[in-house]
Design a protein around this ligand. Sequence first.
Ligand code: SF4
Length: 80
Amino acid sequence: METMWMARGSCANTPPRVFFPSDGVGVEIAKQICAGCRMTEPCLNYALEHRIDHGVWGGCSERQRRRILRRRRELAINAA
Ligand code: SF4
């Protein structure tokens, strides 16, 4: 199943609101939890594939994910 990794993440027993912070300090706290997680790859891929705008996923902030998506678009354009 596509979301099996969710139950195995370091955040499984952490309130979801921790991963939807309202400021930079909150983002860093969430990223610290992600740093010790073994599910960062499927988590980040899930957020990127589903274009999830909000929250920290796979150790990446909203801004970082936007940057990744932008770079992928640029690479796709340059490869065409
Ligand atoms: S990478 Fe972060 S948000 Fe994703 S499953 Fe792990 S702890 Fe949770």
